[in-house]
Design a protein around this ligand. Structure first.
Ligand code: COA
Length: 326
């Protein structure tokens, strides 16, 4: 049996912050951000709105159009409502799904692909019939508002998919996958304090160690290499050529990274999906938000690839299904 994509839902908070808005309080400019990243604006959650709120909204939309129930909820997030417990049980409860299995996956910007692979595995082994997989983030809560190197990059949002069970030759079939990590490079992109290794105290706050720290240039290089290599490995495993890919959906971190990966793989520009201009980097939400925007025709073959802190990376293949309108 194979996992089948049945529905997509999305949610972004209404508040839009443009590059000019950021330039009003940071030493940056619309021109710098657009040319270095392709980002023009991002959605930012208002005070009081959290990751679970966005996850519930996106999940409700996906469930509305696919109908029925699910027996597992997986939330991919870097920004859970609380360190403990997971966000997924609350999301399941608020969606009226009862006492289903529910847990979070934290693989940062690769989280959605990891969660999709986890859900597909549960469906393939018979442990679950249908799954709700949500990528949801409020990244602006962990980004240092005073650090121009990261504050311009990230945004908030959520995307959700419902997976059911079917056959590998059916439209919507998800898989195979390629997943990987390199923990030796964890320090390149991390929040140094607030976890078990360095609990949050005043000294950590004074160092701004409670916020995301990033070596931008090295992360850029790693992102291009890992997404390209993972995509190639997956195509080889599936015995497909790059020309078999109708639509390429890479993690929406930066338009230049997406172009570099697309160029390396030899994917024609018109087959690449990008909405980073509108949303910025929404981490685990970026792939489902881009899937929702992709406008792919049923039966077309789609390659997803993502890279995130950890370092983590993952790629997935799917054939696009006929999706019911929500
Ligand atoms: N506005 C204006 N200047 C900025 C700036 C901003 N928002 N952010 C950084 N700069 C400055 C730097 O301080 C640097 O100045 P210096 O040369 O005086 O030190 C200069 O711009 C160039 O910095 P550099 O790092 O070479 O720029 P870049 O072309 O590599 O672009 C990033 C910077 C962050 C856009 C780029 O490295 C990147 O996208 N990295 C990957 C980030 C990412 O995707 N992370 C998430 C992965 S999931």
């Amino acid at each position: 049996m194979t996992a089948i994509l049945q529905a997509i839902g999305t949610a972004v908070p209404p508040q839009i912050v443009t590059n000019d808005d950021l330039a009003a309080r940071l030493d940056t400019s619309d021109e710098w951000v657009r040319t270095r990243t392709g980002i023009a604006q991002r959605h930012v959650a208002e005070a009081g709105t959290s990751t679970s709120d966005l996850a519930v909204e996106a999940g409700a939309e996906a469930l509305k159009s696919s109908g029925g129930e699910v027996d597992v909820v997986i939330v991919a997030t870097t920004t859970p409502d609380r360190i403990c417990p997971s966000t997924a049980p609350e999301v399941a409860s608020r969606l009226g799904l009862g006492t289903v299995a529910a847990f979070d996956v934290n693989a940062v910007c690769a989280g959605f692909v990891y969660a999709l692979a986890t859900a597909a595995g549960l469906i393939e082994t018979g442990a679950a019939e249908r799954a709700l997989v949500v990528g949801a983030e409020t990244m602006t809560r962990i980004v240092d508002p005073e650090d121009r190197g990261t504050a311009v990059l990230f945004g908030d949002g959520a995307g959700a998919v419902v997976l059911g069970r079917g056959h590998a030759d059916q439209p919507g079939a998800v898989g195979p996958f390629d997943l990987g990590s390199d923990g030796d490079r964890a320090d390149l992109l991390c929040v140094p304090a607030g976890g078990a290794r360095r609990p949050l105290d005043q000294a950590a706050r004074d160092e701004r160690a409670n916020y995301l720290h990033m070596d931008g240039r090295e992360v850029y290089r790693q992102a291009v290499k890992r997404m390209s290599d993972s995509s190639r490995a997956l195509l080889a495993r599936a015995e497909l050529d790059v020309d078999d890919i109708d639509c390429f959906i890479g993690h929406q971190a930066n338009a230049r990274i997406l172009d570099a990966v697309g160029d390396r793989l030899g994917i024609a520009p018109e087959r690449r999906i990008s909405n980073v201009a509108r949303y910025g980097n929404t981490s685990a939400a970026s792939i489902p938000l881009a899937m929702s925007d992709a406008g792919v025709e049923p039966g077309k073959r789609v390659l997803l690839t993502a890279f995130g802190a950890g370092m983590t990376w993952g790629s997935a293949l799917l054939t696009w299904p006929e999706l019911a309108a929500s």
